[in-house]
Design a protein around this ligand. Sequence first.
Ligand code: SF4
Length: 259
Amino acid sequence: MSDHSKIEWTGATWNPVRGCTKISPGCAHCYAETFAERFRGVPGHPYEQGFDLRLVPEKLTEPFRWATPRRIFVNSMSDLFHEGVPDDYIESVARVMRTANWHTYQVLTKRSERMLDLLSTRLNWARNQRHIWWGVSVENRDHGLPRVRHLQAAPAAVRFLSVEPLIDDVGRLPLRGIHWVIVGGESGPGARPMRQSWVRNIQRQCRRANVPFFFKQWGGVHKGKAGRELDGRTYDAYPESEQRVAPPLEQRRRAMAVL
Ligand code: SF4
């Protein structure tokens, strides 16, 4: 876990799974792959195996060690619902999130069908857990909108969209049952451009539907220069969340032990 994250909409990252494989055009310039592959073959480095998918069970209970409540991006370096992650392991990750409930968890996937399937069956208890936010990535209409429909069908208390990297006009965005929308452009070498009209279209739909809107960045090769203002202001809205306090260390240790 990293207790600070440069990702604008989260506070920390937790990676009980590392590595992934590409599934759609939004993956073309995957930052996680670029980062992980830099360390392939470096003995003892967490990414010694590059971006190959692997479970990291020793990381499972990390949120318990963290007493200060955080927004935690779950698997920033992977996809929890990747076909290589067993159902039992996903359930273990979910149990940690349910028990270490002083944090807010942000679970983001491109494997929305599997997420729907599991949230409808063995993770069905998640429907009441307001501190676990379930989200899907949307980069364009063809790949993104079917994911939104899967998410809408999933029994969950809080659902969100990460419309990033936005590489096409998504047109009408289905927002029924959606509690938060993040929008961002691609950044880094070879970044695909994002038009202002695409962003305004989404911002307008969120305003009309009363959905909190977070504008992450314009992106581009030098993302710092392009900034994150839209029409002269920043958009940093979040869904409502409950403030909770972590139990004392001994209690957290006991909870960790029975998982
Ligand atoms: S699903 Fe996410 S982590 Fe996996 S390759 Fe695509 S962008 Fe990277």
